[in-house]
Design a protein around this ligand. Structure first.
Ligand code: FES
Length: 231
Protein backbone atom coordinates (compact mmCIF):
# COMPACT_ATOMS: atom_id res chain seq x y z
CA UNK A 1 0.00 0.00 0.00
CA UNK A 2 1.29 3.44 -0.88
CA UNK A 3 2.20 5.70 2.02
CA UNK A 4 2.27 8.75 -0.22
CA UNK A 5 -0.23 11.40 0.79
CA UNK A 6 -2.42 12.50 -2.12
CA UNK A 7 -1.82 16.06 -3.10
CA UNK A 8 -4.66 18.45 -3.11
CA UNK A 9 -5.78 20.05 -6.38
CA UNK A 10 -4.36 23.23 -5.11
CA UNK A 11 -0.92 21.66 -4.63
CA UNK A 12 -1.04 20.41 -8.20
CA UNK A 13 -2.00 23.87 -9.33
CA UNK A 14 1.25 25.06 -7.88
CA UNK A 15 3.51 22.09 -8.73
CA UNK A 16 2.27 21.10 -12.17
CA UNK A 17 0.60 24.02 -13.72
CA UNK A 18 -2.93 23.08 -12.74
CA UNK A 19 -5.91 22.20 -14.91
CA UNK A 20 -8.37 19.30 -15.01
CA UNK A 21 -5.58 16.77 -15.40
CA UNK A 22 -3.97 17.88 -12.17
CA UNK A 23 -7.25 17.74 -10.41
CA UNK A 24 -7.89 14.17 -11.59
CA UNK A 25 -4.39 13.05 -10.64
CA UNK A 26 -4.85 14.53 -7.27
CA UNK A 27 -8.25 12.96 -6.80
CA UNK A 28 -6.79 9.51 -7.58
CA UNK A 29 -3.74 10.12 -5.43
CA UNK A 30 -1.27 9.63 -8.30
CA UNK A 31 1.92 11.50 -9.00
CA UNK A 32 3.01 12.29 -12.55
CA UNK A 33 5.89 9.82 -12.12
CA UNK A 34 3.46 7.05 -11.17
CA UNK A 35 1.27 7.82 -14.19
CA UNK A 36 4.31 7.83 -16.48
CA UNK A 37 5.50 4.52 -15.02
CA UNK A 38 2.08 2.95 -15.57
CA UNK A 39 1.94 4.24 -19.15
CA UNK A 40 5.37 2.80 -19.92
CA UNK A 41 4.36 -0.51 -18.36
CA UNK A 42 1.18 -0.61 -20.41
CA UNK A 43 3.08 0.13 -23.62
CA UNK A 44 5.65 -2.58 -22.93
CA UNK A 45 2.82 -5.02 -22.17
CA UNK A 46 1.03 -4.23 -25.44
CA UNK A 47 4.23 -4.60 -27.46
CA UNK A 48 4.94 -7.96 -25.79
CA UNK A 49 1.39 -9.16 -26.42
CA UNK A 50 1.62 -8.13 -30.06
CA UNK A 51 4.84 -10.13 -30.36
CA UNK A 52 3.20 -13.22 -28.87
CA UNK A 53 0.16 -12.93 -31.14
CA UNK A 54 2.42 -12.38 -34.15
CA UNK A 55 4.45 -15.45 -33.25
CA UNK A 56 1.35 -17.60 -32.86
CA UNK A 57 0.04 -16.34 -36.21
CA UNK A 58 3.31 -17.29 -37.83
CA UNK A 59 3.27 -20.82 -36.43
CA UNK A 60 -0.48 -21.32 -36.67
CA UNK A 61 -1.55 -19.19 -39.67
CA UNK A 62 -5.25 -18.89 -40.38
CA UNK A 63 -5.35 -20.49 -43.81
CA UNK A 64 -9.07 -21.15 -43.96
CA UNK A 65 -10.09 -21.15 -47.60
CA UNK A 66 -6.56 -20.40 -48.76
CA UNK A 67 -3.86 -22.54 -50.33
CA UNK A 68 -2.60 -24.85 -47.59
CA UNK A 69 -6.10 -25.61 -46.32
CA UNK A 70 -9.23 -27.32 -47.65
CA UNK A 71 -10.46 -25.35 -50.66
CA UNK A 72 -14.01 -25.66 -51.89
CA UNK A 73 -14.18 -25.53 -55.67
CA UNK A 74 -17.18 -25.66 -57.99
CA UNK A 75 -20.06 -28.10 -58.09
CA UNK A 76 -19.20 -31.48 -59.55
CA UNK A 77 -21.36 -30.70 -62.57
CA UNK A 78 -18.90 -27.97 -63.57
CA UNK A 79 -16.34 -30.68 -64.35
CA UNK A 80 -17.79 -32.92 -67.06
CA UNK A 81 -16.05 -36.28 -67.30
CA UNK A 82 -14.20 -37.42 -70.38
CA UNK A 83 -12.67 -40.59 -71.69
CA UNK A 84 -8.91 -40.75 -71.58
CA UNK A 85 -8.20 -39.69 -75.16
CA UNK A 86 -10.87 -36.99 -75.42
CA UNK A 87 -9.62 -34.72 -72.65
CA UNK A 88 -9.52 -31.01 -73.39
CA UNK A 89 -8.32 -28.54 -70.79
CA UNK A 90 -11.15 -26.67 -69.09
CA UNK A 91 -13.71 -28.30 -71.37
CA UNK A 92 -13.75 -32.03 -70.79
CA UNK A 93 -12.07 -34.26 -68.24
CA UNK A 94 -9.28 -31.88 -67.17
CA UNK A 95 -9.77 -28.53 -65.41
CA UNK A 96 -7.31 -26.05 -63.97
CA UNK A 97 -8.16 -24.47 -60.61
CA UNK A 98 -5.77 -21.66 -59.68
CA UNK A 99 -6.97 -21.35 -56.05
CA UNK A 100 -5.96 -24.95 -55.42
CA UNK A 101 -2.98 -24.79 -57.82
CA UNK A 102 -4.34 -28.03 -59.15
CA UNK A 103 -5.67 -29.83 -62.15
CA UNK A 104 -8.93 -31.63 -61.50
CA UNK A 105 -9.12 -34.81 -63.56
CA UNK A 106 -12.56 -36.36 -64.08
CA UNK A 107 -12.19 -39.58 -66.03
CA UNK A 108 -14.97 -41.62 -67.58
CA UNK A 109 -14.27 -45.37 -67.84
CA UNK A 110 -14.88 -47.31 -71.04
CA UNK A 111 -14.33 -46.13 -74.61
CA UNK A 112 -10.77 -44.87 -75.02
CA UNK A 113 -10.00 -45.14 -71.29
CA UNK A 114 -7.52 -47.96 -71.04
CA UNK A 115 -6.85 -49.33 -67.54
CA UNK A 116 -3.81 -51.60 -67.52
CA UNK A 117 -4.53 -53.07 -64.07
CA UNK A 118 -7.59 -54.74 -62.66
CA UNK A 119 -9.12 -56.15 -59.48
CA UNK A 120 -7.36 -55.67 -56.16
CA UNK A 121 -4.17 -54.55 -57.87
CA UNK A 122 -6.04 -51.67 -59.48
CA UNK A 123 -7.87 -50.79 -56.25
CA UNK A 124 -4.56 -50.67 -54.38
CA UNK A 125 -3.04 -48.46 -57.06
CA UNK A 126 -6.05 -46.11 -56.87
CA UNK A 127 -5.62 -45.78 -53.11
CA UNK A 128 -1.86 -45.24 -53.33
CA UNK A 129 -2.27 -42.54 -55.97
CA UNK A 130 -5.21 -40.72 -54.35
CA UNK A 131 -7.82 -41.57 -57.00
CA UNK A 132 -11.42 -41.04 -55.90
CA UNK A 133 -14.12 -43.26 -57.38
CA UNK A 134 -17.50 -41.56 -57.65
CA UNK A 135 -20.90 -43.21 -57.23
CA UNK A 136 -21.52 -42.96 -60.97
CA UNK A 137 -18.37 -44.98 -61.71
CA UNK A 138 -16.23 -42.06 -62.86
CA UNK A 139 -12.85 -41.23 -61.33
CA UNK A 140 -11.42 -38.02 -59.90
CA UNK A 141 -7.94 -36.76 -59.10
CA UNK A 142 -6.47 -33.46 -57.90
CA UNK A 143 -2.97 -33.08 -59.34
CA UNK A 144 -0.59 -30.43 -58.00
CA UNK A 145 0.53 -28.13 -60.81
CA UNK A 146 4.24 -28.20 -59.90
CA UNK A 147 6.72 -30.32 -61.87
CA UNK A 148 8.55 -32.63 -59.46
CA UNK A 149 11.83 -32.10 -61.32
CA UNK A 150 12.68 -28.47 -60.52
CA UNK A 151 9.32 -26.87 -59.83
CA UNK A 152 8.05 -25.36 -63.09
CA UNK A 153 4.31 -25.18 -63.63
CA UNK A 154 3.29 -28.07 -65.85
CA UNK A 155 0.64 -27.39 -68.51
CA UNK A 156 -1.83 -29.97 -69.72
CA UNK A 157 -1.42 -30.24 -73.48
CA UNK A 158 -4.45 -31.24 -75.50
CA UNK A 159 -2.19 -32.09 -78.46
CA UNK A 160 -0.19 -34.48 -76.26
CA UNK A 161 -3.14 -35.87 -74.29
CA UNK A 162 -0.79 -35.48 -71.31
CA UNK A 163 1.21 -33.02 -69.18
CA UNK A 164 4.51 -31.80 -70.64
CA UNK A 165 6.85 -29.57 -68.65
CA UNK A 166 8.21 -26.69 -70.76
CA UNK A 167 11.41 -26.38 -68.69
CA UNK A 168 13.22 -29.69 -69.23
CA UNK A 169 10.61 -31.88 -70.86
CA UNK A 170 9.32 -34.08 -68.05
CA UNK A 171 6.24 -35.82 -69.32
CA UNK A 172 3.29 -37.14 -67.31
CA UNK A 173 0.17 -39.07 -68.22
CA UNK A 174 -3.32 -37.60 -67.63
CA UNK A 175 -3.31 -39.10 -64.12
CA UNK A 176 0.09 -37.55 -63.37
CA UNK A 177 2.00 -40.79 -63.73
CA UNK A 178 5.54 -40.35 -64.99
CA UNK A 179 6.09 -41.08 -68.68
CA UNK A 180 9.60 -39.83 -69.49
CA UNK A 181 12.08 -36.99 -68.84
CA UNK A 182 14.23 -36.03 -65.85
CA UNK A 183 11.46 -35.99 -63.18
CA UNK A 184 12.26 -38.37 -60.33
CA UNK A 185 8.66 -39.47 -59.75
CA UNK A 186 5.07 -38.96 -60.83
CA UNK A 187 3.22 -35.70 -60.22
CA UNK A 188 2.19 -35.02 -56.62
CA UNK A 189 -1.49 -34.94 -55.80
CA UNK A 190 -3.80 -33.65 -53.09
CA UNK A 191 -6.47 -35.42 -51.13
CA UNK A 192 -9.85 -34.51 -52.59
CA UNK A 193 -13.49 -35.17 -51.77
CA UNK A 194 -17.04 -33.84 -52.22
CA UNK A 195 -18.94 -31.81 -49.67
CA UNK A 196 -22.63 -32.21 -48.73
CA UNK A 197 -23.67 -29.68 -51.36
CA UNK A 198 -21.97 -31.63 -54.13
CA UNK A 199 -18.96 -29.35 -54.49
CA UNK A 200 -15.47 -30.57 -55.15
CA UNK A 201 -13.07 -29.95 -52.27
CA UNK A 202 -9.29 -30.20 -52.37
CA UNK A 203 -7.22 -30.44 -49.21
CA UNK A 204 -4.15 -28.48 -50.25
CA UNK A 205 -2.63 -29.23 -46.86
CA UNK A 206 -2.39 -32.93 -47.69
CA UNK A 207 0.05 -33.50 -50.50
CA UNK A 208 0.92 -37.02 -51.63
CA UNK A 209 4.53 -36.93 -52.79
CA UNK A 210 5.03 -40.67 -52.79
CA UNK A 211 3.87 -41.74 -56.25
CA UNK A 212 6.88 -43.40 -57.83
CA UNK A 213 7.72 -43.70 -61.47
CA UNK A 214 5.54 -46.59 -62.62
CA UNK A 215 7.30 -49.65 -63.93
CA UNK A 216 6.03 -52.33 -66.29
CA UNK A 217 3.13 -53.88 -64.42
CA UNK A 218 2.35 -50.94 -62.13
CA UNK A 219 1.13 -48.28 -64.56
CA UNK A 220 -2.59 -47.52 -64.11
CA UNK A 221 -3.40 -46.07 -67.53
CA UNK A 222 -2.05 -46.75 -71.02
CA UNK A 223 0.48 -44.25 -72.28
CA UNK A 224 -0.86 -41.58 -74.68
CA UNK A 225 -0.95 -42.72 -78.25
CA UNK A 226 0.40 -39.42 -79.62
CA UNK A 227 3.86 -37.91 -79.92
CA UNK A 228 4.56 -34.88 -77.78
CA UNK A 229 6.96 -32.24 -79.09
CA UNK A 230 9.07 -30.19 -76.70
CA UNK A 231 6.92 -27.06 -76.96
S1 FES B 1 11.17 -28.44 -64.02
FE1 FES B 1 9.91 -29.71 -65.19
S2 FES B 1 11.28 -30.91 -66.30
FE2 FES B 1 12.52 -29.66 -65.11
Amino acid sequence: MSTQTPRTPQEYEVLSGGGAESAELSRRGLSRRQVLRRAVGLTVGLVAMEGVVGGLTMFYPNLAGQFGSIITLKAKTAYPASEQKAMAIDQAGMFYESAAKSYIMHLKPGGSTDFLLSGTTLDNAFAAEYWVQDKDGTYWLALYQVCVHLGCKVPFRNDCNSFKCPCHGSHYNIDGEYLDGPAPRSLDRFEMAFDKSGNVTVDTGKLNQRVERPSIGTRILAVPGVQCSAQ
